[in-house]
Design a protein around this ligand. Sequence first.
Ligand SMILES: [Zn+2]
Length: 335
Amino acid sequence: MRLRSIVAAVATAAAATLTVAVAVTPSASAAACNGYVALTYDDGPKAGTVDQLLNALRSAGARATFFNQGNQVQQNPNGVRAQQNAGMWIGNHSWSHPHMTNLSQQQMASEISQTQNAIQQITGTAPRLFRPPYGESNATLRSVQSQYGLTEVMWSVDSRDWNGASTAQIVQAASQAQDGGVILMHDGYQSTIQAVPQIVSNLANRNLCPGMISPSTGRAVAPDGGNPGGPTTPPPGGPTTPPPGNPGGSCTATLSAGQSWNDRFNLNVAVSGASNWVVSLALNGSQSVQNSWNASVTGTSGTVTVRPNGNGNNFGITIMSNGNTTWPAVSCRAG
Ligand SMILES: [Zn+2]
């Protein structure tokens, strides 16, 4: 960890006493957090490396999400206890790391439920997050996930540590992560462990903090139980009362890209000009709405309408591409 500054001894000639002030390096949780990025580690807990990885995270003041593999949990239950004791979040990464989309629905359920049970027996809590091996998913798998109350979590940045990336390359990849983003890494590589201090320090330089993954959105958010004074929800938004003298006035909705996957993509929508608004999104082709957050969506295909639900003027939506990745046309009217 980089020491920011050390204030040296201060003494005045007149005083006989010596005052020493030492500047304490701010911990990650005390730094200004203008956004959150989730560090994720898959395929563990690996008996040979998980303790080192946890030490590196603890030293950097960072919490991370571990997508554990059930057969590793069975072999190394102490690794799971260590993750829990270190304040990490624990997700499900299947039992045996198969190509899930090649399995029957029953086999998918077995991979998921065995891992849920193994982790719950150790930690007392069943995971809420599932990351499919190789990032491969389909509608059948997602329906099985939902049966077990799991949210599918992919990633916005792949560190490529699984493909022999060096520590410097892992650090460089992680530096691409934006607010809400999720970095894919793995338990089992020295290069990954050695990247931890620099990743956390680089995030701090961008006023980003390591966060947890929201089970409702699959995006990085403020850690639970550990962000006194920081915003949780909503992000800074507009006024909560309508602007005077402009009932039925105009508003503007602006789209920006969120996380994307092979089969779907997230859009972030920022509304300005009115706080009581109705946004229309004209989906293309057979696109459909899979998920949304911070607003109420009516309809799932064709033109859907979105209204505020008390969470400010920024919302997000997940759209199943169904072969069409063109963003929907957007319009806004004051409600
Ligand atoms: Zn994996």
